[in-house]
Write a protein that binds this ligand. Sequence first.
Ligand SMILES: *[C@@H]1O[C@H](CO)[C@@H](O)[C@H](O)[C@H]1NC(C)=O
Ligand SMILES: *[C@@H]1O[C@H](CO)[C@@H](O)[C@H](O)[C@H]1NC(C)=O
Ligand SMILES: *[C@@H]1O[C@H](CO)[C@@H](O)[C@H](O)[C@H]1NC(C)=O
Ligand SMILES: *[C@@H]1O[C@H](CO)[C@@H](O)[C@H](O)[C@H]1NC(C)=O
Length: 182
Amino acid sequence: MEGLRRGVGYGSPAVRLGMVVFIFAVVMMMMIPEASATRWTVGGNKGWTSNVNYTIWARDIHFYNGDWLFFVYDRNQMDVLEVNKTNYESCNADHPLHNWTTGAGRDVVPLNVTRHYYFISGKGFCYGGMKLAVRVENLPPPPSSQPINEKSSAPKSTYHGRLVLPAVLAVGAVWDVFVRFL
Ligand SMILES: *[C@@H]1O[C@H](CO)[C@@H](O)[C@H](O)[C@H]1NC(C)=O
Ligand SMILES: *[C@@H]1O[C@H](CO)[C@@H](O)[C@H](O)[C@H]1NC(C)=O
Ligand SMILES: *[C@@H]1O[C@H](CO)[C@@H](O)[C@H](O)[C@H]1NC(C)=O
Ligand SMILES: *[C@@H]1O[C@H](CO)[C@@H](O)[C@H](O)[C@H]1NC(C)=O
């Protein structure tokens, strides 16, 4: 048995390496849709601070579901509070929906729901303009798709599900083959 298997060559280093490379390629293919997510440093190289108009900063950016906001700031002075629209407009920091402040002055906020998000800094800085409103959109259709029409404007989540599940099954099948001949 052992001789036969070795003769066929399933256990040879070259075949094993080939399988590892193939699995790696499949995993990379699965990751491509996710790789389009962007981490936006709020305020660009000025960061999260006073004297920046974040309405202007955000005006030309499309924020997509799956992106992140990265707040970089002076941890001894400012903070990052998510509030509702009313409290964003009035700079009321007393009822945050979410306190994203970790204490490091570097906070990452996942934009994982398609909606409006409102952020302010407490401690009085909001009144000076330290407030950010972003609208998070669904991912646009993939570049290769047809011009916009009723069918191709289906939500991106459907696209993700269609692509990822077969990929997971494919990896499982390849892994099974790999383990059997190891
Ligand atoms: C925001 O929350 C406040 C309470 O902190 C509430 O009075 C107000 O109606 C809320 N606004 C919206 C738009 O939900
Ligand atoms: C937000 O959380 C940070 C870290 O836990 C804490 O120090 C700070 O007091 C909190 N701020 C508010 C307004 O709740
Ligand atoms: C979005 O991210 C937050 C924070 O990580 C998490 O608590 C929440 O469950 C996520 N929501 C969805 C819809 O994935
Ligand atoms: C930021 O700029 C917008 C558009 O020019 C303006 O409407 C808004 O009042 C400005 N905000 C602050 C806090 O200066």
